[in-house]
Ligand binder design. Structure first.
Ligand code: HEM
Length: 456
């Protein structure tokens, strides 16, 4: 489907059908309670009701899009912008002037500023840091004690993003604080999104106070990072320098608020998504030990006995396919929202101007209509000859279009390197207290993984 084919004439839009209403809503909360209680199952069954389905979140009507082609059409169409419940719930955190929340010309300028740091030819320079952090995990896990995988995964994600993109040892002392703050914020934000009871979240209950404290601390941390860099007088060739030196459309330096929001808008999604995916990868390696054995064999063949280096990554095709299959079944960004800026059409349905549109990469990527043995973990479905069978937009863990994750290559390199390093050193088993059920917040990850790393 092309963008043009979903753009109606203004008069056509008014004569279109209204999408069906999903069943099971209740007064006041609408379908919000289902999105709190079992959101993955709720989103996954919506396609049975139609390609586009109306759902109620509190008093709001939201349009859920359920087919790969139509989610691709939404992501690629200029009729939708970044707005809606997800982004409103994230606004306190991300501000309004960072690349993840800005729209229009401001967004385009910001993408131009940050893009060079994520370009394919920039990534090899990050290789030594990624490898160092991957092997720091291997070293830390030698003790044989039960690992708190949440802390370990988020630590490595924050450290790699911060060290690669905002070079400096100043991050070391702050990593723990960033991880703790983000964990608090991301768990509450999901509820704020699906049950948007605005003023109630201002009531000074313990959970709300904890949220406000974490948010304030994260903003202080970012101000400290920027102040430290300025005080150092150094201008390494990195993303932070690009942000500090950026100019607006009039050639003036960009404002302090925008710099602040930009740092948050890059560090936050970067840490949360990679942390969640490292957790999912470790769960996969625990539950399918044969995958780890094959990764170990591949590393032995390609690399030999020395540590895996960044330069090896592109030859580790089996390992990369395990990462890809993990992103299919456990997409960290499992839900996305947009807002229609004009009356428009989608799959023959009328989408009114101002409507919130929602879709789930999790539901799309597990759909039996797109994947044979859809629930089965099968890295070989990403072999080139088989990958061709996957319908367009049925696998978009980094999204497509102008909001596509700038960090797709960066993240794939990082995740492949970490997976190769840890799987060739260890097998994993659950330790007491491990709970691998999904924890659904703004991102998706296992709830509380406690693992034991068994040396090979
Ligand atoms: C945007 C996924 C890692 C920075 C996005 C989007 C997705 C995504 C799906 C699009 C959101 C939308 O369409 O509304 C992921 C996944 C990751 C990952 C699955 C890793 C497994 C990272 C990292 C960074 C990063 C490491 C930075 C260090 C961003 C930024 C945006 C974004 C700044 C906003 C882009 C824009 O709106 O123009 N990511 N991401 N991501 N991601 Fe990632």
């Amino acid at each position: 489907m092309t963008i043009e084919s979903v753009k109606p004439g203004a008069s056509a839009a008014t004569s279109l059908r209204e999408p069906p209403l999903a069943g099971g809503g209740v007064p006041l909360l609408g379908h919000g309670w289902k999105l709190v209680r079992d959101p993955l199952a709720f989103m996954a069954q919506l396609r049975d009701h139609g390609d586009v389905v109306r759902i109620k979140l509190g008093p709001k009507t939201v349009y859920a899009v359920t087919t790969p082609a139509l989610t691709g059409a939404v992501a690629l169409s200029p009729d939708y912008i970044i707005a809606g419940p997800l982004w409103e719930s994230l606004e306190d955190l991300l501000g309004e002037e960072g690349v993840a929340t800005a729209n229009g010309p401001l967004h385009r300028r910001q993408r131009r500023t940050i893009q060079p740091a994520f370009r394919l030819d920039a990534i090899p320079a990050y290789g030594p840091i990624m490898a160092e952090e991957a092997y720091a995990l291997v070293e830390r896990w030698r003790s044989g004690e039960a690992l708190d995988v949440t802390a370990e995964s988020f630590r490595v994600a924050v450290r790699v993003a911060a060290r690669c993109l905002m070079r400096g040892s100043y991050m070391d002392a702050r990593t723990e604080r960033i991880c703790a703050d983000l964990a608090t914020l991301f768990s509450s934000m999901y509820q704020r999104m699906v049950v948007p009871l605005g003023p109630l979240y201002k009531v000074p209950l313990p959970a709300n106070r904890e949220f406000d404290r974490a948010l304030a601390d994260l903003h202080v941390l970012v101000d400290e990072i920027v102040a430290d860099r300025r005080a150092s007088g150094q201008k390494p060739d990195d993303l932070l320098t690009a942000l500090l030196e950026a100019r607006d459309e009039n050639g003036e330096p960009i404002g302090e608020q925008e710099i602040h929001d930009q740092v948050i808008a890059i560090l936050t999604p970067g840490s949360e998504t990679v942390g969640a995916t490292v957790m999912s990868l470790l769960l996969v390696l625990t539950e399918h030990p044969e995958l780890g054995d094959k990764i170990r064999d591949e590393v032995k063949t390609v690399v030999g006995d020395r540590p895996v280096a960044f330069e090896d990554v592109r030859k580790l095709t089996y390992t990369a396919n395990v990462v890809t299959e993990t992103l299919r079944l456990y997409p960290a960004v499992w839900i996305l929202t947009r807002r229609a800026v004009t009356d428009t059409e989608l799959g023959g349905y009328r989408i009114p101007r101002g409507a919130d549109v929602i879709y789930s990469p999790y539901a799309i990527q597990r759909d039996r209509r797109s994947y044979e043995r859809n629930e089965e973990f099968d890295p070989d479905r990403w072999l080139p000859e088989r990958a061709m069978d996957v319908p367009k937009h049925a696998m978009s863990p980094f999204s497509v279009g102008n909001r596509k994750c700038p960090s797709d290559h960066f993240s794939m390199a990082e995740l492949t390197l970490i997976t190769a390093a840890v799987a060739s050193a260890y097998r994993f088993e659950h330790a007491p207290g491990s709970d691998s059920r999904p924890r659904i917040g703004i991102t998706l990850r296992p709830r509380r993984l406690m693992l034991r790393a068994l040396p090979r």
